[in-house]
Design a protein around this ligand. Structure first.
Ligand code: COA
Length: 322
């Protein structure tokens, strides 16, 4: 049986840090409000000339080095993002060219904050089918370019970053199962109102900002994230005691806490980065994974449950042995 196994990880955060104190000078908010409602203390914001592909390249370089491979080994690139450099060509091909990766399949997936989980699940299927020998899987966003910096209800939540993973075939157990889902009836609760076939003329105007019903999103997020974790466990006949680390999408500390409570999972077994990264959408799970690996909490042989939830709504999980 072929498994796909994580051979290396990496992350990259833009240099500029925006603190809650900085935001107090921009909108009518306070550090106390942001911390108590979201847990967020700071977020990274990309520079004006920085592109999402630049963040991806920096994260991917680290993952490639950690995996002990070269760019010549890569034969698939999958990127989850909602904020690509361009509408086309897809960002995976831009990354491929920037990194000198030889011709191979390269595509991006748009599933909002669940983008990385969708990308990892897809790459897993390519590897298990035998089609792919080495996949570069990235979750990345420069979501702050979609922010209306006058809208205090959304501008305090988001940040930029990229997380990358190198995935290779292995006889040893790696990814155990993946579960993806979506329900388009919730579109109006969280969306960005500019696209190609609708409202293109509104791009860059005051009408183009993230539209979100915070309270409603909160409730569905908690319900879905706990159900998604349970689904992965049930499918494998496991219980939460069998999981060493839960790595959920980092949208809001209160969402993570409420999910943990519903699951009866101790917060000590949950990797948390929302405090220092904010909500980085598709980048949040791979960056949290990398943080846990680098600081030595996540070790080889441990069982990890990755899960995310985002606009659409979309959701998904990846259960794996690291
Ligand atoms: N600073 C100060 N006050 C703020 C504020 C800010 N940044 N943003 C909103 N407020 C105000 C509101 O205007 C409202 O004031 P009012 O009662 O006078 O009308 C008050 O705070 C309460 O707003 P409310 O929306 O009820 O707060 P909340 O406890 O639901 O927290 C969120 C708001 C956005 C933090 C919370 O709903 C949330 O995190 N939702 C999920 C969002 C998310 O994760 N989205 C991405 C999913 S992938």
């Amino acid at each position: 049986m072929i498994y796909s196994r994580i051979a290396g990880t990496g992350r990259y955060l833009p240099e500029r840090i925006l603190t809650n104190a900085d935001l107090e000078k921009m909108v009518d908010t306070s550090d106390e409000w942001i911390r108590s409602r979201t847990g967020i203390e700071q977020r990274h914001v990309a520079g004006e000339n920085e592109l999402t592909s630049d963040l991806c390249v920096n994260a991917a370089k680290v993952a490639i080095e950690e995996a002990g491979i070269t760019v010549e080994d890569i034969d698939l690139i999958v990127v989850g993002t909602t904020s690509p450099d361009l509408i086309f060509p897809n960002i995976a091909t831009i990354i491929q060219h920037k990194m000198g990766i030889p011709a191979c399949a390269a595509f991006s997936i748009e599933a909002a904050c669940t983008g990385f989980i969708y990308a990892l699940s897809s790459a897993d299927k390519f590897i298990r089918s035998g089609d792919t020998k080495c996949a570069l899987v990235i979750g990345a966003e420069i979501i702050t370019k979609l922010i209306d910096w006058d809208d205090r209800s959304t501008c305090v939540l988001f940040g930029d970053g990229a997380g990358a993973v190198v995935l290779q075939p292995s006889d040893e157990q790696g990814i155990i199962s993946t579960h993806l889902g979506a329900d388009g009836q919730y579109k109006d609760l969280l969306y960005y109102p500019v696209g190609v076939s609708s409202n293109l003329a509104a791009a860059g105007t005051g009408d183009s900002r993230i539209m979100m019903s915070g309270n409603e999103v909160f409730k569905v997020a908690v319900k879905t994230l706990s159900a998604v974790a349970q689904e992965a466990l049930d499918a494998n006949g496991l219980s939460l005691e069998d999981v060493d680390w839960l790595i959920p999408h980092q949208a809001n500390l209160r969402i993570i806490q409420a999910t943990a409570k519903r699951l009866d999972m101790p917060m000590e077994k949950i990797i948390q980065t929302v405090q220092i990264h904010g909500n980085t959408s598709a980048a949040s799970v791979p960056m949290a994974l990398d943080v846990g690996i680098r600081d030595g909490r996540i070790r080889r042989g441990q069982t990890l449950l990755l899960e995310a939830f985002g606009g659409g709504f979309t959701w998904g999980s990846v259960l794996l042995k690291y």
